[in-house]
Write a protein that binds this ligand. Structure first.
Ligand code: ARG
Length: 279
């Protein structure tokens, strides 16, 4: 993420020191509870060559995407994050930590995914996917150093109106902090506060939400992760999907509007569960 601030720093300094967009002390901010829904999706591959490890550390090689815990054992992410081959190659999720470089966090094996049937990688349409995870012998509860809980989907309350322009939103992730810094991710979870803005079109799409301003944006490695409302109760409004470069002037970040997919999400989880039970 470009021009973001570390969540850990936020906790120490309190809301007033982090950025002008934060509410004054005492007001509810959605990240007060350290993003307990935040998920890392990573590859469990370990056989890096010494040559490969010269430029990137193993944790950085392994990092793949973000995601949000939305129900027991279910993560919502972007469709471009995990495909069927990667499920077979033992991709995992990590929860319960803000640090992806020190081995903390409880990890689970991804056993199946439900990719949106109309996902179009070329046009970035319906870039949404459900990831299901299960415990295995590498799942160590004691490694979780932060609480874990689900996040509510925007649109699940009658008062959730479609998000308009100029609304304060916050993106959360371990992605690159600079477009130039090829493949260097942040070991510590970062947040970036931005307004929602108009998407650049045509062609545009009603299921996209755009956000960002020069200098604050999601970037590579943030994909699949959450965009939440900055204020009030934590609620998931978007999924990091795509953008041109990172933090460029006049180039917003594109997010999947979660409220547009609530029916698909509910149905896909139910169908996947019953298909599993019928096996
Ligand atoms: N597709 C990217 C990823 O795989 C996320 C891109 C978001 N880019 C942006 N400028 N908002 O991590």
């Amino acid at each position: 993420m470009r021009s973001a601030i570390a969540l850990a720093a936020l906790a120490i300094l309190g809301s007033s020191a982090s950025s002008a967009k934060r509410p004054p002390d005492g007001q509810d901010i959605a990240l007060r509870h350290h993003a307990p829904w935040q998920v890392q999706i990573y590859s469990n591959f370990k056989d890096w060559t010494p040559e490969e490890l010269k430029t990137w550390q193993p944790w950085e090689r392994a990092h793949h995407c973000g995601g949000s815990l939305i129900a027991d054992n279910w993560v919502l992410t972007a469709a471009h994050c995990v495909n069927q081959q990667q499920v077979a190659r033992d991709y995992r999720v990590r929860l319960g930590t803000e640090n992806i470089s020190d081995g903390t966090g409880i990890t689970y094996r991804i056993d199946r995914i439900v990719q949106h049937p109309q996902y179009d990688p070329d046009l970035h349409l319906n870039d949404i996917e459900l990831v299901h995870f299960v415990a295995d012998d590498q799942t160590k509860r004691e490694h979780a150093v932060r609480p874990i809980s689900t996040i509510r989907l925007y649109g699940s309350k009658a008062s959730d109106k479609p998000i308009g322009l100029g609304e304060p939103v916050t993106v959360v992730g371990w992605g690159q902090v600079d477009e130039q810094q090829k493949e260097h991710y942040s070991p510590i979870l970062m947040v970036g506060d931005m307004p929602t803005v108009a998407c650049k079109g045509p062609p545009s799409n009603k299921a996209w939400l755009c956000a960002g301003e020069a200098g604050t944006d999601a970037c590579k490695g943030d994909s699949g992760g959450p965009l939440i409302l900055t204020y009030g109760e934590p609620v998931l409004v978007g999924i990091v999907s795509w953008g041109k470069g990172c933090g460029r002037r006049g180039e917003p970040g594109y997010y999947v509007r979660v409220d547009r997919y609530r029916n698909w999400i509910t149905r896909a989880m139910a169908e996947s569960r019953s298909a599993k039970a019928g096996n």
